[in-house]
Design a protein around this ligand. Structure first.
Ligand code: SF4
Ligand code: SF4
Length: 316
């Protein structure tokens, strides 16, 4: 049997900023909420969200003999997270400027697993970072790390929402578990609702409509003139940069999350003239490779088309 303190100590030594442990079980309430959200069509064309629904909320379906869910959080906040000048037209979500977090977090979680196995040789488990159907945010709430903000992201009291979450599901029980984070500390704040350029945040539901969300439209969906990307070419931080919890959060500490480039110094022409080779050489380890250079260049054009249409509409 594990002690929660030994897990947290090992996680901190690896560089995680937060860690919570929770008994593995099916999260029925979260499963129902997710089903309602799907039924309302807010996942729009992201059809993959309809698959493996049960697995998202039941660790036993992912890891045989699952007993404990370890949720780890690490901050990636950088000066880029704090926002762009209003006229900047090639904005990149701050996580996109770092080494791909999927790779870094998987390495960190595997290191944590190996560290725990030293004292518990029969312990086995599996690490999850966005790549498999795991409801990381809901597990983070269960593990006491924070609450789901109005913009649907996990907010931690100390590190805000510019954090990555990773989950380790293991086959050993823990002597005690963390308590669920009850309630929300958003209070009367509505900053994210007001900052969202496309009104994608569903009022009162702590969910977003992916059909309107710029983060989805710049990466996973085809560019469309129906949605003004508001100068974002990869992801969107607008509902996070405005959050008071992020204003008070410290900058990231783990050097693996140091930005590899600064999009604030790049103009649209720098992106349009960039060759595939330059993209690969300079940005090949960042999450930008998920969409690729061609898509980023298309997003810039989509913005230009929207601006032209808007101007034409104003003149008409
Ligand atoms: S990521 Fe951008 S578009 Fe999506 S909900 Fe947040 S502010 Fe709105
Ligand atoms: S901006 Fe305000 S309402 Fe939105 S998540 Fe942060 S605290 Fe909550």
């Amino acid at each position: 049997m594990l002690q929660p303190e030994e897990i947290k100590k090992a996680a901190a030594a690896i560089g995680f900023d937060g860690c919570g442990v929770v008994a593995a079980r099916r999260l029925d309430h979260s499963l129902e909420r997710f089903r309602d959200w799907l039924q309302a069509g807010h996942h729009s064309s992201l059809g993959y969200l309809e698959r493996n629904i049960e697995k998202r909320f039941d660790p036993a379906l992912l890891v045989e003999g699952a007993r404990t869910v370890i949720v780890c959080a690490v901050s990636y906040k950088s000066p880029i997270s704090e926002g762009y000048p209003t006229d900047h037209r090639t904005k990149v979500a701050s996580y996109g400027c770092n080494r791909d977090y999927h790779v870094t977090l998987k390495e960190m979680l595997r290191e944590l697993l190996a560290s725990l196995q030293k004292g518990h040789p029969t312990l086995s488990g599996r690490a999850f970072v966005d790549s498999a159907p795991v409801a990381e945010k809901q597990w983070a709430v269960e593990a006491g790390l924070g609450w789901i903000g109005r913009q649907s992201l996990l907010i931690t009291p100390k590190f805000g929402s510019f954090i990555h979450l990773g989950v380790l599901i293991i086959n050993e029980t823990c002597e005690s578990y963390d308590s669920r984070f009850e309630g929300s500390r958003c209070g009367t704040c509505r900053a994210c609702l007001e900052a969202c350029p496309t009104h994608a945040i569903l009022e009162g539901e702590r969910m977003i409509d992916t059909g309107r969300c710029i983060a989805c439209h710049t990466i996973e969906k085809q560019p469309t003139t129906d949605i003004d990307l508001d100068g974002w070419i990869f992801g969107c931080d607008a509902c996070q940069s405005c959050c008071p919890y992020n204003h008070h959060a410290p900058m990231h500490r783990h050097t693996a999350f140091d930005p590899l480039f600064d999009p604030r110094t790049l103009a649209p022409s720098d992106w349009q003239l960039m060759t595939e080779e330059e993209f690969k050489n300079h940005l090949g380890t960042t999450p930008l490779t998920r969409s690729g250079l061609a898509r980023i260049q298309e997003n810039i054009k989509s913005k230009e088309i929207t601006l032209r249409l808007r101007r034409a509409h104003t003149l008409a």
